[in-house]
Design a protein around this ligand. Structure first.
Ligand code: NAP
Ligand code: ZN
Ligand code: ZN
Length: 349
């Protein structure tokens, strides 16, 4: 066993505190990764606070992991010691079902094995995530991180990056299309960068005017305040595609009104409570309401390579582990520009 140090939540009210646990010795196809940085995704907060009602404690969160390979099993062919690598939201899947064979392992019929708050394939060994100094992962679920990207700014690509890249690609967002990105947080700011880099005309749709200058700097052409009724009325019927990254209950019907005929809105945000939808908002104008979940291993690698080529990474605030609980509160308040990333060196201070 490999001794690991990290931070864990003991229950939905405890917040995160130091925690020591074991990682398995590498099997034939495992790589041992010394974790350098781990991003704080709003999904970590939902799960640590049991907002989705499926939490398993103790929980070591973290699925935006970047680190270096420090060891490997004898069957590993894809990585060498010293390689800069990443681990995202899942660490295994059945490898046999249609979804796994098609490279969309996040939709594995047997259920993907999530990086934390889940179990390994044996169905009983708990998985622990990236708020820790070391992780042992099968090479087929490890990503190569381009060396040109700052590793701290690369970490959020493993979830916020792929979660926004995948639907923009799947729905073929292309030059000249009018794209709205709702919520300028961790996911939203990556959505803006990707949609702009795919040539779309991007509007950030935000609850207040305070992020407008940032939105434009990130690549948005326009900024729409969703709490301003006259601005919303003027924008009715004008978007081809909307990516909704909002983490809390909000008015999807108002967003449907922003779509043109045959437009599509894709939910990637995962609020705790169901969102009411009025049928008329969809049937009038033949609109599509869809959802999307992270991305498969092949597409995650494609996204990372694309980021390496185009110089795209996340805008991050790097923090020591000791500030993680405060960072959660700030994220919930929308007070982060635009992703907190934990520097794992702080664990040994
Ligand atoms: P985040 O950094 O906290 O950003 C969420 C943004 O939503 C905020 O910055 C804010 O933007 C907006 N917002 C928050 N409360 C709102 C409200 N009451 N009404 C309207 N807008 C509000 O969170 P994140 O890490 O980007 O994650 C966003 C959501 O996606 C979470 O629910 C997370 O669990 C989910 N998620 C889903 C997937 C997937 O695969 N589908 C993957 C990762 C995360 P403004 O300040 O601009 O209004
Ligand atoms: Zn995430
Ligand atoms: Zn499968």
């Amino acid at each position: 066993m490999i001794k690991a140090q990290g931070y864990a939540a003991q229950n939905a009210q405890s917040g995160l505190a130091p925690f020591t646990f074991d990682r398995r010795d590498p099997r034939d196809h495992d790589v041992v990764i010394q974790i350098l940085y781990s991003g704080i995704c709003h999904s970590d907060i939902h799960q640590v606070r049991n907002e989705w009602g499926n939490s398993i404690f103790p929980m070591v969160p973290g699925h935006e992991i970047v680190g270096r390979v420090t060891g490997k099993g004898k069957g590993v062919t894809k990585f060498r010691e010293g390689d800069l690598v990443g681990v995202g939201c899942f660490v295994d899947s059945c490898r046999e079902c249609g979804s796994c064979k098609e490279g969309v392992e996040q939709f594995c019929a047997a259920g993907m094995n999530v990086t934390y708050n889940g179990f390994e394939r044996d169905g009983k060994t708990p998985t622990f995530g990236g708020y820790s100094d070391v992780i042992v992962t099968d090479e087929n679920y490890v990503l190569r991180v381009p060396e040109g990207i700052d590793p701290a700014a690369a970490a959020p690509l493993l979830c916020a990056g792929i979660t926004t890249y995948s639907p923009l690609r799947h729905w073929k967002v292309s030059p000249g299309q009018r794209v709205g990105v709702v919520g300028l947080g961790g996911l939203g700011h990556m959505g803006v960068k990707f949609a702009a880099s795919f040539g779309a005309e991007v509007t950030v749709i935000s609850t207040s005017a305070r992020k407008e200058a940032d939105a434009r700097r990130l690549g948005a052409n326009q900024f729409l305040v969703s709490t301003d009724p006259s601005a919303m009325a003027k924008a009715m019927g004008s978007f081809d595609f909307i990516l909704d990254t909002v983490s809390a209950t909000h008015d999807v019907n108002a967003l449907l009104g922003l779509l043109r005929r045959d437009g599509t809105i894709v939910l990637v945000g995962a609020p705790e409570k169901p969102l009411p939808i009025a049928a008329f908002g969809l049937v009038m104008g033949r609109k599509t309401l869809a959802g999307s979940l992270i991305g498969g291993i092949a597409e995650t690698q494609e996204m990372l390579d694309y980021c390496g080529e185009k110089g795209i990474a996340s805008d991050v605030e790097v923090i020591p582990m000791q500030q993680v609980n405060e960072a959660y509160d700030r994220t919930v308040k929308g007070d982060v520009r635009y992703r907190f990333v934990i520097d794992m060196k702080s664990l040994s201070v």
